[in-house]
Design a protein around this ligand. Structure first.
Ligand SMILES: Cc1cc2nc3c(=O)[nH]c(=O)nc-3n(C[C@H](O)[C@H](O)[C@H](O)COP(=O)(O)OP(=O)(O)OC[C@H]3O[C@@H](n4cnc5c(N)ncnc54)[C@H](O)[C@@H]3O)c2cc1C
Length: 213
């Protein structure tokens, strides 16, 4: 069923230059929405009469998430919305994607803003993975880690979680470089945990298609 009403902003953040991700509390829409469907968002300034269509990139129990590019007046206004603000929306609309059989392995490929709606499609099938075009891939630099000062009984990092590097992560970095180099054809930049010059050569070895054969 298609619903029209006010939705509350849960989160609205710029994820890269000019591209924003907005989560909206909209449980009625979330209950019926399917991957590939879209919602209409009404600009706050009533002089912009028409609602703007935006695809759903994630659907959870009580909320839906969209990823949008600032193209003109309407999307500019959306980017100014803050947590707990309200916006008029309507949806879900459109036919949605045909979901692949759960037993089928599928690769979902998209580009640009065609990617966000594929993420929910990919989530629905545990055997699928989602790709987008890249000229090169760099990995892994650091792993997300945490350190606790047990005497002060609090995390050492102000953000609690941060990038952890050093020789200890190199076997993980190597494994990932090896696996990715054997899965994609674009250049791969291997980094993470390098401390001596032999480590560079080890990354080069791992990147060889014949490594370990
Ligand atoms: C089904 C569907 C799903 C979509 N999903 C997404 C999505 O997931 N993410 C996303 O980012 N976008 C999506 N879009 C596109 C999105 O709807 C538009 O980018 C959005 O409506 C633009 O609204 P706006 O008010 O920001 O831009 P507008 O102000 O309407 O401007 C749109 C374009 O027209 C140009 N323009 C405006 N006025 C003039 C003028 N007078 N003269 C010349 N040019 C002008 C602007 O520069 C801009 O390039 C989707 C569209 C559809 C149809």
């Amino acid at each position: 069923m298609n619903t029209y009403g006010l939705a509350t902003i849960v989160k609205n953040e710029e994820i890269t230059a000019g591209i924003w991700k907005m989560e909206l509390a909209a449980s009625e829409i979330a209950h019926t929405a399917e991957p590939g469907q879209f919602i209409m968002l009404y600009p706050l300034d009533k002089r912009n009469l028409l609602a703007r269509p935006t695809s759903l990139s994630a659907i959870s129990e009580k909320s839906v998430t969209i990823v949008y590019r600032i193209a003109g007046k309407g999307t500019k206004q959306f980017s100014q919305l803050q947590k707990n603000d309200s916006i008029r929306i309507m949806g879900p609309l459109g036919n949605g994607f045909t979901l692949p059989d759960q037993a089928t392995k599928s690769i979902v490929v998209g580009g640009g803003l065609g990617i966000p709606p594929l993420l929910e499609l990919s989530n629905r099938n545990s055997k699928s993975c989602c790709f987008w075009w890249a000229d090169a891939i760099s990995l892994i630099n650091t792993l997300r880690g945490m350190k606790v000062d047990i005497h002060k009984r609090k995390p050492v990092l102000a953000n609690r979680i941060g990038g952890y590097s050093g020789p200890g992560i190199m076997p993980v970095a190597l494994r990932m470089v090896y696996e990715v180099c054997h899965s994609v054809d674009v250049p791969v930049i291997g980094m993470g945990g390098i401390s001596i010059y032999e480590d560079d050569n080890t990354f080069i070895f791992a990147s060889l298609r014949t490594a370990g054969d």
